[in-house]
Structures are given as C-alpha cells and as structure tokens.
Design a protein around this ligand. Structure first.
Ligand SMILES: C[S@@+](CC[C@H](N)C(=O)[O-])C[C@H]1O[C@@H](n2cnc3c(N)ncnc32)[C@H](O)[C@@H]1O
Length: 262
C-alpha cells in the first residue's frame, strides 16, 4: 500500500496526473514524420511515508512547478551558475552524488515517478544540497517550454528506459527530434552525457547523436569505438555495480555542442 502524497505537494507538481495526461499530447515542435511518443508510462510504485513527508515538508522549497514559461535560474538558485539538466533521475542516487561533488554547478532534475521525487527530496535535505531543484514533470516539455535556446551547460541522461521489445523502441527517449531539441538548448561548448547498460540502445544513441550536426563526439580512443571513458563525476550506482558483477557492459557517450553547424 503506497503512502499518499500530501495534497499540498500534489498541487505543486501533480506527477501522476502529468504522467497520464502527457501520454496523449503531441509536442508542438516534433515533426509529423516523428510524432512524439512518450518515453514513460505511468507506473505504480510505493511512495513510502518518508518520501510523502519529504514532498510535504520540502516540496515548497525544492520542487519547481511545471509552467509553460521560461525558467529564471538566478532567482530559483539564488545565484548565476552553470545549469545542468538531468532527465529521468530515478531515485536520485547519482544526482545527489554529482551535486555534492560539483557545488559550483546548479542541477535541474526532471522525473515523473513520484517515489523517486520523494527520494531525491530526502537526499537533498539529508545532504544539505542547495544546488538541486526538481521538476516532477515530463522533461521533454520542460525543455520545450521552460528552457530557452542556449541555456544549458550540460545534460545528463543516465540509464534511460531501454524499452527492450521491438514494438516499444518508439518509446526510447533518444530519438532524432529530442536530440535536436537538446542540442538547441545547450550553450556552445556545453556537453550531453548519456549512459546505458543495453548495448543495442548504446548503438542507437551513438548513431542518433552522431547524426546531429550541432553535436561533436568527444570520444577519441579508437579502441572504445566512439564511446567515452566513464567521466569521474558519474558514480557507479548500486544497480550498475550489480550489473558489472554479472558481466554486463556499460556505455558512456559524451558529446559537445558545436557553436554552429559545420
Ligand atoms: C531506467 S530509469 C533510470 C533512473 C536513473 N537515471 C538511474 O540511473 O538509476 C529511467 C527513468 O527515467 C524516467 N523518465 C523517462 N522518461 C522521462 C521523461 N520524459 N521525463 C522525466 N523522466 C523520465 C522514468 O520515470 C525512470 O524513472
């Protein structure tokens, strides 16, 4: 039985409602040849009492409501600093680790799964992280409506849902229209870092990111076949450590935004 998310918190960011409504709406800047299909489906999952309490007690401070208007990072974070977007942080283990490691950067973290939002709120509070804010909403809509062109210093997409079955591949987040949207929101020289443990998805990412004219691959070691060494700031999460013990691979991809199309 899930603990109810407090009314005050749901009013601030109606995650479940957003997740279901969002599954229907086409995105305005997706071409007709690539109509938008959501990268997530509403899933159940237990919100613990502690996570629900985090929504109630910390939501007003750290949750930003989705609004179809440009975000003003300075009043939100109380300073001007490089802004990093994270898409789909799950339970926020890596998000909190990186925010602690990089106090000079600000992190805007998007997730549609309510228990995960509660979990990251708890980490923010427990670890005293002043440089993290959460939008409990579809990150694609956040990119489209809240983040103007050239505003991001970086994007993190760690272990996006692989959607293994062929008929579900259309749900994969990393598709050409999303990559073009991401590239447009990055500043010149800013980076896009993706990681996955599913080789066919890694290959698709390499292909789609490599085809975006505004992005350049940073990978320089031919032995790694276009993939990057794991950047030091990305922690090995428990999930990943378990996979590595089982002999599974992990692929990191780090691309940077060119100033203009070559
Ligand atoms: C497989 S989990 C990975 C979580 C985390 N990054 C990790 O490494 O453990 C992918 C997460 O992305 C979230 N997600 C998928 N599409 C999203 C979107 N468009 N906006 C926000 N979150 C999304 C899902 O809810 C899910 O929690």
């Amino acid at each position: 039985m899930s603990a109810p998310v407090p009314a005050a918190a749901t009013a601030t960011a109606p995650v479940a409602e957003a997740a279901s409504a969002a599954n229907a709406a086409p995105a305005s800047d997706y071409p007709a040849s690539h109509p938008r299909i959501k990268s997530f489906v509403k899933r159940g999952g237990r919100t613990t009492t502690a996570q629900a309490r985090a929504w109630a007690e910390l939501g007003a401070r750290y949750l930003l409501p989705f609004a179809p208007q440009p975000l003003q990072p300075e009043p939100v974070f109380g300073r001007r600093a490089p802004l990093i977007l994270e898409i789909g942080f799950g339970m926020g283990e890596a998000s909190a680790h990186i925010a602690r490691l990089r106090p000079g950067d600000d992190f805007l973290c998007c997730e549609v799964h309510a228990p995960g939002v509660g979990a990251l709120l708890r980490r923010i509070s427990e670890q005293g992280l002043g440089n993290v804010r959460i939008v409990a909403h579809d990150a694609v809509e956040v990119l489209q409506h809240m983040l103007p062109e050239g505003t991001l210093a970086g994007v993190h997409i760690f272990f996006p849902d692989p959607w293994h079955k062929l008929r579900h591949h259309k749900r994969r987040l990393l598709q050409p229209p999303l990559v073009a949207l991401l590239a447009s929101r990055l500043q010149a020289g800013a980076y896009l870092h993706c990681a996955t443990d599913w080789q066919p998805y890694a290959e698709q990412m390499l292909q789609v990111l490599g085809a975006e004219p505004l992005l350049a691959n940073t990978a320089s070691d031919p032995a790694l076949g276009g993939y990057a060494p794991k950047p030091d700031y990305r922690p090995l999460t428990k999930f990943e450590q378990r996979g590595l013990r089982l002999g599974h691979g992990v692929w990191d991809l780090v691309f940077v935004r060119r100033p203009h199309i070559p």
